[in-house]
Design a binder for this molecule. Structure first.
Ligand SMILES: *Cc1c(COP(=O)(O)O)cnc(C)c1O
Length: 388
């Protein structure tokens, strides 16, 4: 059982032992009967600790990420929070991407610094900058690749070497690629984090997260903290995530097909100054992406030239980008990503509003697309019409 789709459909998902149900049931129960004190019928006693629907999801996610230990969380941020809390101590230092996911930045900057953790935002694509930012107290590099929303690419195996040299951990937030396109643990990362809300769930109908690792000791610590703090998904969300996961490979192929077509259609457009997509040969991370990813993903961002242009400089650099976001009909204006339907958003005022004024601030003229699996011709027509 080695193929990706075979594992997505079967790993952790044997037919139900009592009824033969082919699909893992939604075990909507908080507690489990014991035959005598401490004698359970399969290891389950209380659903915060473990629930069979959630166990199936955690095992499937672990298998897809090529890890031994998987944990399903109530959100991507809950997964991130628990991993940071169990891996870092006051006075520890970590590196984060200079265009980290806004929520991750906010959590570290507003919550973990209160607790005495320090961090440095750095361009993880620049290994000299990474080495220069290391301190004696650096315990972790937090990596996203591709990054959100600039689609920057970091070299996971090179970063793994850096963290190994200093006895720190490399964590990869693999949300943008999904395990279908990239398995960081196979490239030397210690831990993978996922927002399953995105490509893994794939249908914009749930919020969830995951942590996967091959580190047995860390897994014990996470298992304890997961039960102790309780950020678990309910059985219905775990089941929905499993349902989405089964089609991840076919969805991802189509997301990639469509994103490649959309990026190609935007390149050279008179109103667009830059298109960011790692599949484009002139993208600075193209070679690294081609080496570590199966394909280049479904996310595309681009910068719109400020229009009208009173050369006096009065033009709002965001105005043209905001107009494009409001003008598409098929691309829905919304946060989030990774669903079957195409979404458009303005990072500076939406997903990344919390990084305004920080080192992570994103360009005002940037538009981000989550390219869905509709017909590419319709998507391109919609974008070209919105660009005018
Ligand atoms: C959405 C997202 C998260 C946070 O996940 P939630 O499920 O929204 O809590 C973390 N990292 C990345 C890259 C994301 O896109």
């Amino acid at each position: 059982m080695n193929g990706f789709s075979t594992r997505a459909i079967h790993a952790g998902q044997e037919p139900d032992p009592t009824t033969g149900s082919v699909i893992v049931p939604i075990y909507a129960t908080s507690t489990f009967a014991q035959d005598s004190v401490g004698e359970t019928r399969g290891g389950y006693d209380y659903s915060r600790t473990a629930n069979p629907t959630r166990t199936a999801l955690a095992e499937c996610l672990a298998s897809l990420e090529r890890g031994r230990h998987g944990f399903a969380f109530s959100s991507g941020m809950a997964a991130t929070d628990l991993l940071l809390r169990t891996s870092l101590k006051p006075n520890d230092h970590l590196l984060i991407p200079h265009d980290a996911y806004g929520g991750t930045f906010r959590l570290i900057d507003k919550v973990f610094t209160e607790w005495g953790v320090t961090y440095t935002p750095v361009n993880l694509a620049d290994l000299d900058a990474v080495r220069a930012a290391l301190r004696d107290t650096t315990r972790m590099i937090w990596c996203e690749t591709p990054t959100n929303p600039m689609l920057g690419i970091a070299d996971i195996s090179m970063l793994a070497e850096v963290t190994r040299d200093i006895g720190a951990r490399l964590v990869v937030d693999n949300t943008f690629a999904s395990p279908y396109l990239q398995t960081p643990l196979s490239l030397g990362a210690d831990v993978v984090v996922q927002s399953t809300t995105k490509y893994i769930g794939g249908h914009s109908d749930l919020v969830g997260g995951a942590v996967v690792t091959n580190d047995d000791e860390l897994a014990d610590v996470i298992a304890f903290a997961h039960n102790a703090t309780g950020a678990v998904p309910g059985p219905f969300d775990a089941w929905l995530t499993l349902r989405g996961l089964k089609t991840l490979a076919v969805r991802m192929e189509r997301h990639c097909d469509n994103a490649e077509r959309v990026a190609a259609a935007l390149v050279g457009h008179p109103k667009i100054t830059r298109v960011h997509y790692p599949g484009l040969p002139d993208h600075p991370g193209h070679e690294v992406a081609a080496k570590q990813m199966h394909r280049f993903g479904g996310m595309v961002s681009f910068q719109v030239s400020a229009d009208g242009g009173t050369a006096a400089g009065g033009a709002d650099p965001a105005a043209a980008a905001l107009r494009v976001c409001a003008a598409t009909k098929l691309f829905t204006l919304a946060e989030s990503l990774g669903g079957v339907e195409s979404l458009i958003e303005h990072p500076a005022r939406m997903t990344h509003a919390s990084v305004k004024g920080s080192a992570l601030q994103v360009p005002a003229d940037l538009v981000r697309l989550s390219v869905g699996i509709e017909d590419a011709d319709d998507l391109i027509e919609d974008l070209l019409a919105a660009l005018g």
